[in-house]
Design a protein around this ligand. Structure first.
Ligand SMILES: [Zn+2]
Ligand SMILES: [Zn+2]
Length: 268
């Protein structure tokens, strides 16, 4: 199959809430597409219903999971039932899991009283090597270890025109993630904490202030705060308005096209 080289990188925020269920906002789920290639970054609870309103999940080119916490992968359980229950699907959905993810999926099948290999009949599950770029059609996904309570990876999606979208996943303050997010055309950074005093001594999340600091240090061209409780939106908006860099809280349903810096200069 020839990769499509013309197009525009586009983000659709399916959900950007925290792990606490909310009636309107799913947990983490970010649809990224270029032409007919659509990939889903994370699939937390509530994400699949929102996805189904936009496209048939079987038309996804792949799902990529940054880490194996429920609010980032649990809807893989619900999505499985879109596929035939008994036999192996004719076309399985590629699911890229972090190292150790396959064992967790086996445990999940057992936890929901399904057979061993229940997920394998629907998903072509492969654990990615975070040191090796992943090619999905015309898109390239790269990884960087974040600072979290379990192994967790930030992801960057690069398009053929050079546009680069970076999603931190769950992370505490991290110079390595600042480096990974450097000059991102669009950065999605988690802002899960109300206060750093709420975090473990070994950090695993960011406050909104820290998220904005990370975006500033990374010189991101545009930033969305994600992974926050929807009730905090007004508070985050006020913080973002006072920031010296272009940043705003993401909302479920938000759509953004992502252009590379040189294209923005050309059209300015
Ligand atoms: Zn997590
Ligand atoms: Zn999370």
């Amino acid at each position: 199959m020839t990769a499509e080289l013309t197009g525009r990188l586009r983000l659709t925020v399916l959900g950007c809430s925290s792990a606490v269920p909310h009636p309107a906002w799913p947990a983490a789920g970010f649809l990224v597409d270029w032409g007919s290639t659509a990939i889903l970054l994370d699939v937390g609870q509530g994400v699949v219903r929102r996805l189904e309103a936009i496209l048939d999940p079987r038309d996804l080119a792949a799902i990529v999971i940054g880490h194996m916490h429920a609010d980032h992968f649990l809807d893989l359980a619900g999505l499985r039932y879109v596929y035939p229950w008994g036999e192996r699907a004719v076309v399985r959905l590629p699911v890229h899991l972090p190292p150790g993810g396959a064992r967790r999926m086996d445990a999940l099948a057992e936890a929901i009283s399904e057979r061993p290999a229940f997920f394998d009949a629907a998903y072509d599950m492969v654990e990615y090597d975070p040191d090796v770029p992943l090619s999905i059609g015309p898109l390239t996904v790269t990884f960087r270890r974040g600072r979290h309570y379990i192994p967790a990876w930030a992801m960057a999606v690069e398009a053929p025109d050079g546009a680069r979208l970076v999603y931190t996943g769950d992370t505490g303050p991290s110079d390595s993630i600042v480096d990974f997010a450097r000059d991102a055309d669009l950065l999605m950074v988690e802002a899960g904490l109300r206060s750093s005093a709420d975090d473990d001594p070994e950090r695993g999340h960011l406050t909104a202030e820290e998220a904005i600091e990370l975006a500033t240090a990374a010189n991101a061209r545009s930033t969305l705060l994600v992974h926050y409780a929807p009730g905090r939106r007004a508070e985050l908006e006020a913080l973002c308005e006072a920031a010296a860099v272009p940043v705003e809280p993401a909302v479920a349903g938000l759509i953004r096209t992502v252009q590379p810096a040189d294209a923005a200069l050309r059209t300015a």
